[in-house]
Design a protein around this ligand. Structure first.
Ligand SMILES: Nc1ncnc2c1ncn2[C@@H]1O[C@H](COP(=O)(O)OP(=O)(O)OP(=O)(O)O)[C@@H](O)[C@H]1O
Ligand SMILES: [Mg+2]
Length: 248
């Protein structure tokens, strides 16, 4: 059976931002290597939106982590390449990777608590993130950017909200804050790993609309991992993962 179920190109003529080619990721376990992705290939143009759809265990998260070279042991990239503007993220130096990961490429993790620290205010988390990425940035400037991003994701009263802790927000609002954090460095690409899974259906639709709006206003590319195809609007390219592969 073909491992490629479906792939629809929305637009084939734009410049390439990211090219993932024959990506094989394995986990070295005691009983032998387990193959998590077995030849994932796709590419993404600047400003393009790709929906990566697949059942649980298909390898969506592993693909996302591999793009930013964040697969931790015992996982490893066995073969393949992840070219961002023509540079292979899978083999570049840690120092060079730090200038791209979290700066030019942001990831919204499947588990929101991987992003938010429950004991720090939203403001502290956003300001510290910005200052860690840009050592020259002063606190006042970082606060201004944090407020601007909260406005972009339609958080009302952002000045007051900056002083609050994650538990003081609803699930949908927390997800908006996570998106605002991903936007802090004005990335060219956002990888969003099932960002709506924990939310009810109405809020899921609102977050999807927000992601599409941000791609359009900010000109960002986006890879959105989903377990079912919910990319009905917004001009998405779709790739379906099956048998831990995808391709054209
Ligand atoms: N830490 C790990 N150790 C061993 N194998 C792993 C590990 N993480 C992932 N895998 C393997 O990689 C495969 C793909 O996992 P992944 O988390 O990418 O799936 P997914 O498509 O994101 O699923 P879901 O929709 O449930 O989030 C899993 O089936 C598993 O075999
Ligand atoms: Mg996953």
């Amino acid at each position: 059976m073909s491992s490629i179920l479906n792939c629809i190109r929305a637009d084939d003529v734009m410049a390439t931002l990211l090219e993932v080619k024959d990506l094989v990721v394995k986990f070295a376990l005691r009983g032998g290597d387990v193959t998590a992705t077995n030849g994932v290939s796709f590419d993404l143009a600047r400003g393009e939106r790709l929906g990566l759809v697949g059942e649980s265990g298909a390898g969506k998260s592993v693909t996302g982590f591999s793009i930013i070279n964040l697969i931790s042991q015992p996982g490893y990239i066995a073969s393949g390449s992840v070219n961002f503007h023509g540079e292979n993220l899978a083999t570049m130096s840690a120092a060079r990777l730090r200038t791209i990961r979290g700066n030019r490429i942001s990831m919204i993790f499947q588990d929101p608590m991987m992003t938010l620290n429950p004991v720090l205010t939203i403001g502290t988390q956003m300001i510290e993130t910005l200052m860690a990425h840009n050592l020259q940035m002063c606190k006042e400037r970082a606060r201004g950017i944090a407020l601007e991003k909260l406005r972009k994701v339609h958080i009302p009263s952002p000045e007051r909200r900056l002083e609050q802790y994650p538990h003081e927000f609803s699930g949908g609002m927390r997800q908006r804050i996570i998106i605002a954090i991903a936007l802090l460095t004005d990335p060219e690409l956002i990888i969003a790993d099932e960002p709506t899974t924990a939310l009810d259906v109405t809020i899921q639709a609102e977050i999807m609309d927000l992601l599409i709006e941000l791609c359009e206003t900010e000109g960002m590319g986006m890879i959105l991992m989903l377990d079912t195809c919910r990319c009905r609007s917004g001009n998405w390219t779709l790739a379906v993962m099956y048998l831990r592969r995808t391709g054209y």
